[in-house]
Design a protein around this ligand. Structure first.
Ligand SMILES: Cc1cc2nc3c(=O)[nH]c(=O)nc-3n(C[C@H](O)[C@H](O)[C@H](O)COP(=O)(O)O)c2cc1C
Length: 399
């Protein structure tokens, strides 16, 4: 059954941004119930949230036209997470003092699930000592506060008070509702390409976007693991609540892996590491001349082989392979030769799979078996891969 998220919307100008949040969550198949304050309906029509969530919006505590007998209690019991976005100064003041004078605050008071508050207001309201005190009280009560951001506010003022980025709120919700079967596990994920310098302005690299590795790092964090992500140069934002390490070349990555590998319970080597590098990159920019240019390349250290040869007792080693032909044959060879427990093979020739896409279609290869996984988003696949790494020990995709 899909998780139930109650989204409280209050009377702030940022209420329109919550439409995007509800739409994103709905696309991920969560059961979304929106509760609006009466004032919030001045900013966005309930019809918008009803259409986006697929459920009727609750506003009035005394509305008798509902499927539940006591709507606020039913919703409070059903909720896996209650997020208020945007949260006005007024509603924050109410929830810190146990006031329950409308549907939103009554349901909030009755709910015992994870609660996330996303303040958004004018800087003066946010900096008022009474609001600061109320927000601190929310933290003491165990609610997660997603800090407002700074920028140009709708009222024309410049300062702190903008509703946090929707992606950050979405991430906080997913973190809050995920089970934590990987608590205490140290997981090291590598992601992205490496860059091998030719001279100070040029380098050799590949098309890896880092999306798959970042998705795995996020999923592992959501499931409770202590995650270290070593990332090659890519355009993705560092992930909250994990250790982010940036590297450039295959050699940088090898140094970091040797430093960190032994203390890991699980290593997932998603990075597309260069197989060849330039041993002595030019110190000055190589100038164009009339003749051709030959680059002397040498092999880089085989990091996956090193990890396989130095695998710790009970350590899980998961490799990745991108192939253009003979996927299973090449993948199985690599899995066995590198002493991996499993290897995730994806083919560049499969539609929707591989570099840069938001989806992937992979085959999970073990030394003596293979398993085809259907095409799915990299976010969802990340959980499948972690489940395969911890085969039989965690079940996170079927509940
Ligand atoms: C145009 C406009 C924008 C507003 N924006 C905010 C806001 O961003 N944050 C806030 O705390 N209050 C804002 N207010 C004030 C709230 O709407 C007001 O405090 C209201 O009583 C909040 O009701 P509620 O908390 O029950 O939704 C705004 C008011 C108006 C008229």
């Amino acid at each position: 059954m899909s998780k139930c998220i109650v989204v409280g919307v209050t009377g702030g100008i940022a209420a329109f941004k919550t439409c995007q949040l509800v739409s994103n969550l709905k696309k991920k198949d969560y059961d979304i119930h929106v509760i609006m304050t009466k004032n919030a309906t001045e900013f966005v029509s309930p019809l918008t949230f009803e259409t986006l969530s697929g459920n009727r919006v609750s506003i009035d505590t005394f509305d008798r036209n509902f499927e539940y007998n006591v709507q606020h209690i039913s919703l409070a019991k059903k909720a896996d997470c209650f997020v208020i976005a945007p949260a006005t100064a007024n509603v924050i003041a109410k929830i810190t003092h146990g006031l329950a004078d409308d549907m939103l605050t009554t349901t909030f008071l009755a709910a015992s699930c994870k609660k996330i508050i996303c303040p958004a207001m004018n800087t003066g309201m946010l900096n008022n000592p009474v609001t600061i005190e109320n927000i601190n009280k929310c933290k003491e009560l165990g609610y997660t506060i997603i800090d407002a951001e700074s920028g140009l506010l709708a009222c024309g003022d410049e300062g702190k008070g903008k509703l946090a980025n929707i992606d950050i709120i979405e991430e906080a919700i997913e973190f809050a509702i995920s089970p934590k079967p990987l608590l205490g596990q140290n997981i090291l994920v590598t992601a992205g390409p490496t860059q091998e310098a030719i001279d100070p302005v040029r380098f050799i690299t590949n098309h890896s976007s880092g999306k798959m590795g970042y998705a795995i790092a996020k999923a592992a964090r959501n499931l409770g693991a202590n995650v270290t992500l070593i990332s090659g140069p890519c355009n993705l934002t560092p992930i909250n609540l994990i250790t982010n390490i940036n590297i450039t070349s295959a050699d940088d990555l090898f140094i970091k892996m040797k430093e960190l590998a032994m203390e890991q319970d699980c290593i997932i080597q998603t990075a597309a590491v260069a197989d060849y590098t330039i041993p002595n990159p030019a110190i000055q920019k190589i100038k164009k001349n009339d003749s051709s240019l030959t680059l002397d390349l040498v092999k880089t250290d085989d990091i996956l082989l090193y990890l396989g040869q130095n695998k710790q007792p009970n350590q899980i080693l998961c490799g990745f392979a991108m192939e253009t032909e003979n996927l299973i044959e090449n993948g199985t060879k690599k899995c066995i030769n590198k002493n991996c427990d499993l290897l995730i093979a994806n083919s560049l020739t499969t539609i929707g799979a591989g570099f840069k896409t938001d989806t992937n279609k992979v085959t999970i290869i073990r030394p003596s078996e293979t398993k085809e996984i259907e095409l799915m988003s990299k976010e969802k696949l990340a959980y499948v891969i972690l489940e395969e790494c911890y085969r039989g020990k965690i079940n996170v995709t079927n509940n």
